[in-house]
Design a protein around this ligand. Structure first.
Ligand SMILES: CCCCCCCCCCCCCCCCCCCCCC(=O)SCCNC(=O)CCNC(=O)[C@H](O)C(C)(C)COP(=O)(O)OP(=O)(O)OC[C@H]1O[C@@H](n2cnc3c(N)ncnc32)[C@H](O)[C@@H]1OP(=O)(O)O
Ligand SMILES: Cc1cc2nc3c(=O)[nH]c(=O)nc-3n(C[C@H](O)[C@H](O)[C@H](O)COP(=O)(O)OP(=O)(O)OC[C@H]3O[C@@H](n4cnc5c(N)ncnc54)[C@H](O)[C@@H]3O)c2cc1C
Length: 647
């Protein structure tokens, strides 16, 4: 590929952008210095020849992919240690390198050490006593041991109260005896469990003095630390008393059980990961939308006017309608994720001092935000793939693999429907409190004001949209609450009534979450605008407006049902949407440039900074081993005899 060539369309796009993309980069990183540090860190990993791909891993076997991933994970770990030694790597860098965009670019086929960092260490930190933390954290942190989080079984992933693995305390030896007696009690799914980890946090039903005390976490050795040979399976496996993580619930040496202040504290690691997923989903979406936007600026096809040359496909308004809402969704999830992260940290420190009041609200928000961000990012990435036509289908475009990674988020760490129903539980209680005149927590305060007024005349503003979305959410919450209570009044028992109303409950939960996201996004942008240039402020405001208008327009039916909006108002909203697409159009490439994603992380010929799409695509397919020889052996073995036999 000729050096230093920049696609002419992208050059023009960059000239017409109204703001300086660097300003957006600095804003997202938290300052110019932070951007520089991140770039240096990325360079440190991406320029390492041992970490760069000689050939795309698509052409490796499953076994080779695993071995390759282990090798690279070890190199990455050593490099993180080097950074730590220089004082350049804190927790945030760990997160970025081991699990974030950078990590997923280096470890394209998965990180065998991912669960060690995302769940094993956080569980010890969150569920272990000070002594247990002292014993295990440094070993784990320095990778003297490799752990995973073994909760899900073949028979149960969602309903963790139904797990079958047992840990029975034997006071005579001061040990727990672990058993997985059935096929369905096999631990199934934990990342790294197959070949990498030699320890795990195993979640099991605790029995002591003949009583089951529910699920608790235990540290269990899985493999010999030297030979890596597996320890015997889960049949009467004995572990010492202090291998039960006892920060919350405890078993005393005599076998008596001391209850946790809340049995749900055992679920703490899951809350942590749900919170992290919101940001992670947003980051994958911004990678996909960068690829699709740059490609759409380079790709020319068809006609808008017969007399004019073929336009950039980005000039089709339908294409803008596919892509620009994804740009906006990235920001919406980014700011909601940041808000949730702050709340998580505040509530966690309150828990440390024994205050549990805000745990239910955190749980309710983490559940619905995880569900909505995973679903919207997955759908957004798929929209980006479709927006790239045939080339988006190619695995080298990185869009299919990105979609695959994000669609898994819909299932893991709490299946989306199940999590939305958890939030719905909270909302039903909140509505009852609202009816009873009881105080409401901040995230459901709007229920009070919406109950007082149904109306609100249309005006072209995000606050009007937020109020409309809150009205939809409150309407759906009220409807579900009423329908469920009607059933109960008719004699249906409350559990069946819950199941029979669950379609409406899930919808209520989603509507509540969407209203929360729009409001949080709007408030964040309001705070940011005064501190950035007028041009960037305008671009950020337009994106926020687009997210709000587009989200509302996707729910026209609900809007008509739950507010006094007129068809004229809907036409005004449609016009506003179209105005916003036109306003964002000149800045689209500038916005994705502002994300400042390194080409090696983009890893797609469609989305590189220089826009040399066709040259890069050609170079990419040339790497296929299938293209190394002009005639494949299968021709001689199978096709030729078949062709002959037909003659
Ligand atoms: C230190 C290093 C740091 C740096 C590290 C950084 C590293 C790099 C990181 C980079 C980023 C990469 C990130 C992505 C990668 C991720 C990979 C992950 C892979 C995936 C892993 C997994 O996939 S791992 C398994 C997850 N498996 C679930 O997720 C099960 C779902 N299933 C349930 O979670 C329960 O089953 C379910 C439904 C709640 C019902 O639980 P249940 O039956 O016990 O409860 P009920 O429904 O009866 O509810 C009774 C009452 O409990 C309340 N409540 C329930 N939960 C509560 C809670 N958590 N907190 C408070 N309250 C709670 C509820 O609100 C009710 O309250 P009320 O009574 O007042 O209404
Ligand atoms: C890529 C990946 C990595 C994973 N990593 C780990 C790991 O490291 N450690 C670990 O322990 N686990 C891990 N898991 C397991 C994961 O946490 C579970 O798959 C997840 O919690 C869903 O549980 P399930 O598979 O039992 O689904 P199910 O609960 O069987 O879901 C199937 C269907 O049933 C529905 N359903 C179930 N219960 C209800 C309900 N109460 N109300 C309404 N509908 C319901 C669901 O909505 C869904 O449509 C991983 C999973 C994946 C896909």
């Amino acid at each position: 590929m000729p050096a230093n060539t920049m696609n002419e369309d992208l050059k023009r796009e960059r000239q017409r952008c109204s703001f300086d993309p660097k300003e957006l980069t600095y804003l997202l990183d938290g300052g110019e210095e932070k951007t520089e540090e991140r770039r240096q860190r990325e360079k440190f990993f991406l320029d390492d020849p041992e970490l760069s791909e000689t050939a795309p891993s698509d052409y490796l076997s499953h076994k080779e992919k695993y071995e390759h991933a282990v090798k690279k994970a070890c190199i990455v770990f050593k490099k993180v240690q080097q950074l730590q030694a220089q004082g350049k790597a804190g927790m945030q860098n760990f997160r970025e390198v081991l699990g974030g965009q950078l990590g997923s670019a280096i470890l394209r086929d998965g990180n065998p050490l991912g669960l060690h960092y995302v769940m094993f260490i956080p569980t010890i930190m969150g569920q272990g006593t000070i002594e247990q933390q002292a014993e295990w954290i440094s070993k784990a942190w320095n990778l003297e041991i490799i752990g995973t989080y073994a909760q899900t079984e073949l028979g149960h992933g969602t309903f963790i109260r139904g797990l079958e693995t047992t840990a029975t305390y034997d006071p005579a030896t001061e040990e727990f005896v672990l058993n997985s007696p059935t096929l369905t009690s096999y631990k199934w799914w934990p990342g790294g469990l197959g070949h990498t980890a030699n320890y795990a946090v195993v979640v099991a039903q605790l029995y002591s003095q003949g009583i089951c005390h529910g699920i608790h976490p235990f540290i269990v050795q899985l493999r010999d630390e030297e030979t890596h040979l597996p320890m015997p399976g889960f049949e009467n496996v004995r572990i010492p008393w202090n291998y039960m993580l006892m920060k919350n619930g405890k078993v005393l040496k005599d076998g008596s059980y001391v209850k946790s202040p809340s049995s749900k504290l055992t679920y703490g690691t899951m809350i942590f990961v749900r919170v992290v997923i919101v940001q992670d989903a947003a980051n994958y979406l911004r990678k996909a939308v960068t690829i699709a936007t740059r490609y759409s600026a380079v790709r020319h096809q068809s006609h808008i006017k017969e007399s004019a040359p073929e336009p950039q496909i980005l000039d089709f308004v339908t294409q803008q309608h596919k892509l620009f809402p994804q740009l906006a969704t990235y920001f919406a999830l980014h700011y909601s994720g940041a808000w949730l992260w702050d709340m998580y940290n505040n509530v966690t420190s309150e828990l440390e001092s024994g205050e549990l009041d805000r745990l239910p609200e955190l749980h309710a928000l983490a559940c619905c935000l995880k569900a909505v961000s995973a679903a919207d990012a997955a759908q957004g990435i798929e929209t980006c793939r479709l927006a790239c036509g045939g080339h988006g289908y190619m695995s080298c475009s990185s869009l299919p693999i990105t979609y695959g990674l994000v669609t898994a988020m819909v299932t893991y760490e709490g299946e989306n429907t199940v999590l939305l129903l958890q939030t719905a539980r909270y909302l039903m209680k909140a509505w009852q409190n609202c009816l009873d005149g009881q105080p409401l927590t901040p995230s459901v305060q709007y229920l009070n004001s919406v109950r007082r007024s149904f109306g609100g005349v249309y005006h072209k503003s995000v606050p009007w949209i937020i109020a409309s979305m809150q009205r939809i959410a409150a309407g759906k919450i009220e409807t579900a609450h009423r329908h469920m209570n009607d059933k109960i009044k008719r004699g249906v028992n409350s559990e069946d009534a819950w199941n029979e109303t669950s379609i409406e409950l899930v919808a209520a939960s989603e509507a509540h979450c969407k209203a929360f996201i729009v409001e949080t996004y709007y408030n964040s942008v309001q705070q940011i605008v005064p501190s950035v240039s007028q041009q960037l402020g305008k671009a950020l405001t337009e994106l926020c407006e687009l997210y709000a208008v587009n989200t509302l327009l996707k729910n026209i039916g609900d809007l008509l049902r739950y507010s006094n909006v007129t068809t004229g108002d809907l036409e005004n909203l449609q016009r506003w949407l179209e105005e916003l697409l036109a306003a964002i159009r000149p800045n689209a490439v500038g916005i994705v440039d502002g994300f400042d994603i390194n080409d090696a992380i983009i890893a797609s010929p469609l989305g590189a900074y220089d826009g040399n799409v066709y040259e890069r695509l050609f170079a990419e397919v040339s790497k296929s081993p299938l293209n190394a020889k002009p005639v494949n052996e299968s021709f001689h073995k199978y096709l030729k005899p078949l062709l002959k036999s037909k003659m």
